[in-house]
Design a protein around this ligand. Sequence first.
Ligand code: WQD
Length: 346
Amino acid sequence: MRVLLTGGAGYIGAHVAVALLARGHDVVILDNFSNSKRAVLERIERIAGRAMPSYAVDLVDLSATADVFEREAIDGVVHLAGLKAVGESVEQPFRYYRNNLIGTLHLLEAMQRFGVSVLVFSSSATVYGDVSAPPFTETMPTAPTNPYGRTKRMIEQMLEDIAESRADVSFIALRYFNPVGAHESGLIGEDPAGAPNNLMPYVAQVAVGRRERLYIFGDDYPTPDGTGVRDYIHVMDLAEGHVRALEFAAERRGYDVFNLGTGRGASVLEVVRTFEAVSGREIPYVFAPRRPGDVAVSYADPSKAERLLGWRATRDLAAMCRDAWRFQVRHPYGIDVGTAAKGERS
Ligand code: WQD
C-alpha cells in the first residue's frame, strides 16, 4: 500500500515509517515539524535503504493537505500528527482542540475527496482515565481527565459515527500505553525538545549526565514499592502493531479500537533499576510530591489485538532500556544539535 503517515517525522512516526517500509509498503510523510526534526527523514531512509517523499504541511491548512492527496496516489493513512502533552493541554485547551480536532477533520475531508477509505488513528490509553481498574479492555468505559485525552476520545467518536454512516470506510483506533525505547540502529529515538515530561527519556538523560537526578513523583501509591505502575511498550512493537492494524483495516469495513500494550505493568523504581543494569550507570533520584493527574496503576489487556490482529509485544523492559540507552549515548543532547546546547544541564 502507499501510506500517508501524518506526523511521520515524530518519535512514533519515524518508527512506524521504518516498520511500514520494512514490510514493503510505500510511505509518504506529512509533518508540520512543530515537534520534530527534518534530520529524522534521512535517517529513516538510511535505515530503510530507500527514499520516500515528504511534505511540510499543517493539517489545519486544508488546501495544502488536499494538495498532497492530489500529488500522491494514497491507499491508506496512518494519522499520528497531533499535540500530545497532557500538562500543556490543560494550560492551552483551545490550541489542542483546534490542532487535533480541526486537523483530523481536514484530513478526513481530503480522504473523502480523493476516495481514500482506510485510516489507522493514534489514540491513547489516557482515554480510560481512572474510573476502571486495570487491566484495561477496549469495552471499559472511557473518562479522559484532560483536554489532550478528550481530543483523543472525541476523534474516536467522530471515526465511529462516520463509519456508521458510510459503508465504504475502514477506521481503526489504536490506544497506546507507554511507548519507550528506540530502533536498534540507534539512529532514531525519543528526542523531546526541552526537559522531558516522560519517565524514560528523563532517566536516559540522567544516565548520560545531561541531568543531575530523577525526581520520582510519589512514593506512596498503593503499589508494591509505592511508585507508579505503567505498561511500557517498545516503540518497535508499537510500530509493528500499526502495520498489522493497517493491513487488517484494508481487508474489512467499519470502525474498531485496539489496546497496544504488553499487558504487564512496571513501577518507576523497576524502570530505574533495569536502566541501571543495562547502562552500567547509576541513576540518582529523589522522591517528590505526586504529579497532579497521575493514576497509580495503568496497564493493558492486549488480548483483542492478539486475537484479531495476530499481534503481540515481544520486547521486554530490558530491551526497551537497552535500545533507549544506545540512542541516548549516540545523541546525548538530541539529534542534529550544535555545540551550543551542550552546556545545557539541570
Ligand atoms: C510514567 C510514570 C510518573 C516522569 C503520559 C501521557 C500519555 C502518553 C504517555 C501521550 C508515572 C513517573 C514520570 C518523571 C516520574 N502520552 N514519572 N518522574 O504519565 O503514564 O503517560 O505519557 O499519549 O497520554 O499521560 O507517562 O512517562 O509521564 O510517567 O516519577 O520525571 O513515571 O509519575 O508514574 P504517563 P510518564
